[in-house]
Design a binder for this molecule. Structure first.
Ligand code: ADP
Ligand code: MG
Length: 356
């Protein structure tokens, strides 16, 4: 068992530049379930690493409580938390063999030799390192080195694994491969994993649930499906999904009609309950690129400024109500820049946001 609870956790640092204090994590409250793969995602500097380090006990919170398995750990030493952390820079010992790198931590813990051998054999087998145990780190590829770093955590058989951007030093192809390996590893280990990344694709593919953070504040905690379909605010809506959601200022005339510049767009019946709360207000209308469709009968006529063919799909860039808008369409529909085309906004997929 390993559940982790953050209860109103705040972390401030002395601000060296401006003086005063800087809030890196602001009143974060959430619960990580046993055996869950939970991902923290957000832009650089939003407080992800600081949150992870507080779970590990490497950083002490300024306020609030942390519980692991129901036990208050505010004052529990990192060594006594039964947690293993894997960093992006691997931190392998260059002069030691892979086998020595894997067993080093256990030897320090004075664990019996036969048990160490067993654990190293297990970890190297599931990570595909068993043929490489005599090599030195410099004789391995980046992906293999990353696996050794993982192996060092696995041999310790901890309650919780913490990962801080473990794939960010790998090239794009290897990153995708390691992502799949990590997902498989989670199933095999049946352990609680807390994973930090700034990459929303990594978050969406790995996380069972995702904590989206911005400027120290938790924005939303939800499954990938929920985040994509029902982002709670403009930050989450703009951060999750690629290309990002389009935002267009709109005025809500009634529960069945929105106005955007010269265009009047009808609200389908099943979204009128949603729209009702915004009637007679200026709002931000959000629609994902894949929900703007090429449609000869479409009510929206636009001139395509740029057309990009990406193989399986195309991106169309156009102006709408003085905003730059992107549409993602199926790969076989070729359009020339400068062409005027008719499109449909799939209004059943729309989002409305308060203007902040
Ligand atoms: P992330 O991992 O999301 O990129 P961090 O958690 O590392 O962000 O940092 C959050 C903010 O806290 C950043 O603005 C960073 O500069 C600041 N910060 C982190 N650690 C310290 C520290 N030891 N002293 C002062 N400021 C820090
Ligand atoms: Mg970080």
């Amino acid at each position: 068992m390993a559940t982790i609870v953050f209860e109103g956790i705040t972390k401030t640092f002395a601000d060296a530049k401006k003086g005063g204090i800087f809030t890196a994590v602001d009143e974060a409250t959430f619960e990580i379930k046993d055996k869950e793969f939970l991902v923290f995602v957000g832009p650089s500097g939003c407080g992800k690493t600081t949150s992870l380090r507080m779970i590990a006990g490497l950083e002490k919170q300024t306020g609030g409580n942390i519980y692991i398995d129901g036990q208050l750990v505010n004052h529990v030493h990192p060594k006594d938390r039964d947690i293993a952390m894997v960093f992006q820079d691997y931190a392998l010992y260059p002069h030691m063999s892979i086998e020595q790198n894997l067993s080093f931590g256990l030897k320090n813990m004075k664990i019996e030799k036969s048990i160490i051998e067993e654990k190293v054999a297990y970890a190297s087998k599931i990570l595909g390192l068993d043929q490489l145990l005599d090599r030195k780190p410099r004789e391995l590829s980046g992906g293999q080195r990353q696996r050794v770093a993982l192996g060092r955590a696995i041999v310790r058989d901890p309650k919780v694994f913490l990962f801080d951007e473990p794939l960010s030093n790998l090239d794009a192809k290897l990153r995708v491969q390691m992502r799949i390996e990590l997902a498989e590893l989670h199933q095999r280990l049946g352990a609680t994993i807390v994973y930090v990344t700034h990459d929303q694709v990594e978050a969406m593919t790995l996380g069972e649930r995702i904590v989206v953070m911005n400027e120290g504040k938790v924005q939303q905690i939800a499954s990938p499906q929920e985040l994509y379909a029902r982002p709670q605010n403009m930050f989450v809506a703009g951060f999750i999904g690629s290309p990002a959601m389009n935002f267009i200022p709109a005025y809500v005339l009634s529960e069945n009609q929105l106005q955007m510049g010269d265009y009047l767009l009808d609200v389908p019946l099943d979204r009128q309950d949603y729209v009702r709360a915004y009637v007679n207000r200026q709002v931000m209308f959000g629609i994902r690129p894949e929900h703007i469709l090429l449609d000869p009968k479409g009510s929206v006529e636009v001139k395509v400024n740029v057309f990009e063919h990406l193989g399986a799909e195309n991106l169309l860039y156009f102006s709408f109500n003085e905003q730059s808008v992107i549409s993602k369409t199926a790969g076989e529909n070729f359009i020339k820049a400068g062409e005027t085309i008719a499109m449909t906004f799939q209004m059943e997929k729309m989002h409305l946001f308060d203007i902040e």
